[in-house]
Write a protein of this length. Structure first.
Length: 103
């Protein structure tokens, strides 16, 4: 559990597999800014993964900076989590819509 004196931090990444480039930091912040980043993710149905160590490393990068090679593996795991979460969310929506009868 977080100490109330600890400030929430968030880092948003973007990745375009067709570009051939590494993921980039698109937003980062703490406190109020972190809350806004998380709110925007929720509004866009973007899954969020909490990893304090990764946040600490990513927060050292500048906005629009590509992640360093040392973080490729861990960020790939985050993207795999997001892909799986997104897939499950879409399947759940499909199941819910399938349960509704149209008259």
């Amino acid at each position: 559990m977080k100490n109330e004196n600890e400030r929430k931090e968030a880092v948003a990444l973007t990745y375009d597999p067709e570009s051939g480039e590494a993921p980039r930091v698109t937003a980062k912040g703490h406190g109020y800014i972190a809350d806004k980043i998380l709110d925007r993710a929720k509004e866009a149905d973007v899954p969020v993964q909490e990893d304090a160590t990764l946040i600490e490393l990513l927060s050292e990068l500048n906005i629009n900076e590509q992640i360093p090679e040392e973080l490729y593996q861990v960020v790939a795991e985050v993207f795999a989590f997001i892909y799986q979460s997104d897939k499950e969310m879409k399947q759940n929506r499909k199941n819910v819509q399938g349960d509704k009868k149209v008259e």
